[in-house]
Ligand binder design. Structure first.
Ligand code: HAS
Length: 549
């Protein structure tokens, strides 16, 4: 790929790992605060750190890494950017980064301790919301630049089906742009006027609904780039090909259709939404599980067919043919394995009545650490090990490989300990989002923490191992960015492992974006129009949905 694309991609990676370092350090502090082992100075408090942890890792690290991957991958698959696309991409990068810095400064200065969900009536400085809005607008600029690049390729290759990586990038960006409409609406029309004092009230129910309209597809914006690695990168690493080009595209189309009209499954216990609408969105949530099950099927199929092509005979003989000594693969395999309980937990959460048992408990915190915190993060780590050396032209030396193995094993162990303990504590009833680690000495709360896993110490050990792992990763990143020797010959250079995908039997309608966007918007209207109208009409001042704060 070209020099400009490499520079752009590396700039995104630089911000991603700066956010990762600060975010994981905040995580380390949190487990010690909950363990009563750390007293914070007066200018810092638990919620400030929790907000920084959530925003820097879940929003900033992920988004920046995703754009780095998209830019490198799309220019690898359909060619380098034109000067116009390059200019727009840099503009997007700087607007996003300006928003990020503004929001981070607000959090660190204690003016935005509202957690990453920023539920009203918690109120931050108006500048925090301005920072968030700029962050999103910047990603839109970069997103449209990439879509423009793809449209240019389509124009030059009339009638041709685009390469799978490019198709998946565009699908993920479409999902992101439609999803952001909700958060932009609430931030611009509700939070900013309210936080600057231009309006005195805020419709709480509406703000939460617009947030979760965005919040659930947000998790697929994190997941789909990981799926891109599972569909397109992993088959190359294990020596095979994409199992089915059409299946992979269909899975991504299903995410565009079903990711958005499901936000109510985060609001199951809220009184302002009728149960009919909650039930409807529960059914749609079960639809969005299907593309993940298709992905699981496709991965097992690619493992098995590749293993058999390599001579594996017995039922599970192909398992031994997988390249276990290749850290790019092992990291992603562990990521996939974590997603089996992670996905199962999601299905439990989505099951309407079962959610009553786990909502607002530490279970949910456990759930997102074994979805975004492991399957997504460990896939990004598996990509980092070759993406940075590929972009810098440096070697990924044997010493770095050994360190990378230590890093992924420590991450897995840390996450296993911490998330198991969070799930168990949550089932017993321990609430999330609270600074009161001992729950004010409540005798029942004390019993929660008696178990081997359900223990603050286990959580703290898990958290410390995780920070150690994060520090090793930062070391690997810095060495591959600046220190590792340059690859002198082509054969030593790290390659971009993009698998072949046979498009000869792929139906063209899968790339009919107008059709998918149209169905997606129809489903959104169907799931949201009436309940949102009710929230606006039937929320007179004083009702639970509309309060003067
Ligand atoms: Fe979730 C809450 C439902 C997936 C993230 N979720 C959250 C929150 C986050 C989050 C951050 O219905 C907290 C939000 C907050 O702060 O309040 N979630 C689901 C469902 C899915 C799901 C149905 N979540 C994710 C993903 C996330 C994520 C992915 C991040 C990336 N989630 C919920 C619900 C809540 C929720 C409720 C609200 C709870 C509440 O009360 O507050 C599904 O998409 C899951 C489908 C996945 C599968 C798994 C397929 C498995 C695969 C791996 C194959 C492995 C192989 C390897 C081949 C069905 C693809 C082989 C290995 C061997 C060892 C054999």
């Amino acid at each position: 790929i070209g020099r400009h694309e490499k520079k752009l991609s590396l700039s995104y990676i630089g911000v991603a790992y700066a956010a990762f370092l600060i975010g994981t350090f905040c995580g380390l502090m949190q487990v010690f605060i909950r363990n009563n082992a750390l007293k914070l100075p007066s200018w810092l408090d638990y919620y400030q750190i929790l907000t920084a942890h959530g925003v820097l890792l879940a929003l900033i690290y992920t988004t920046y890494f995703i754009f780095a991957f998209f830019i490198a991958g799309i220019s690898k698959s359909i060619g380098n950017f034109s000067p116009g696309v390059t200019f727009a991409s840099w503009a997007g990068f700087w607007v996003t980064t300006f928003g990020t810095v503004l929001a981070t400064v607000m959090i660190i200065s204690g003016k935005a301790s509202v957690l990453y969900t920023f539920y009203a009536p918690l109120k931050a400085s108006g500048w925090y919301y301005v920072g968030l809005a700029l962050f999103i607008i910047g990603t839109w600029i970069s997103g449209f630049a990439i879509i423009g690049h793809y449209a240019g390729w389509k124009k030059q290759n009339k009638g041709a089906i685009s390469p799978l990586f490019a198709f998946m990038t565009v699908a993920t960006l479409i999902l992101w742009i439609i999803a952001c409409l909700g958060v932009v609406a609430t931030v611009v029309f509700q939070y900013i006027p309210w936080a600057f004092g231009w309006t005195k009230t805020i419709n709480v129910e509406l703000s939460r609904t617009l947030f979760w309209y965005f919040g659930h597809p947000l998790v697929y914006f994190w997941l789909l780039p990981a799926y891109m690695a599972w569909y397109v990168i992993v088959p190359n690493i294990i020596g095979g090909k994409v199992f089915s080009d059409s299946l992979a595209r269909l899975a991504f189309v299903l995410f565009i259709l079903f990711s958005m009209p499901v936000g109510f499954h985060h609001q199951m216990v809220e009184p302002g939404i009728g149960s009919f609408w909650k039930f409807l969105q529960t059914v749609l949530t079960f639809m969005v599980i299907i593309p993940s099950l298709m992905t699981a099927f496709s991965i097992f199929a690619v493992f098995e067919t590749t293993g058999r092509d390599m001579g594996a005979k017995s039922l599970f003989g192909w398992f031994k043919k997988l390249p276990w000594r290749d850290v790019r693969f092992t990291s992603i395999f562990i990521a996939m394995a974590f997603f089996i309980p992670g996905g199962a937990g999601g299905i439990i959460n989505a099951s309407f009545q079962l959610d009553e048992a786990v909502h607002n408990t530490l279970w949910v915190v456990g759930h997102f650490h074994i979805t975004v915190g492991t399957p997504v993060a460990m896939t990004f780590m598996g990509l980092t090990f070759w993406l940075i050396p590929y972009l810098t032209g440096r070697k990924f030396t044997a010493a770095l490989k050994r360190l990378a193995f230590i890093q992924i094993f420590t991450w897995s162990i840390g996450m296993f300990l911490m998330s198991t303990s969070q799930h168990i504590l949550g089932l017993m009833g321990a609430p999330r989002r609270t600074a009161y680690a001992g729950y004010n000495g409540n005798p029942q709360a004390k019993e929660w923490f008696d178990g081997l896993f359900s223990n603050h110490v286990t959580m703290a050990i898990g958290g410390s191992i995780l920070f150690l792992s994060a520090a090793i990763l930062i070391y690997i990143v810095l060495v591959s960015l600046f220190i590792s020797p340059k690859a002198e010959h082509e054969k030593d250079a790290v390659q971009f492992p993009m698998a072949e995908s046979d498009v000869s039997r792929t139906p063209k309608f899968l790339e009919n974006w107008g059709l998918w966007i149209g169905i997606s918007l129809t489903l959104i209207l169907f799931a949201y129009a009436i309940p949102v109208l009710h929230m606006i009409q039937h929320a007179p001042p004083g009702s639970p949905g509309f309060k003067t704060w």
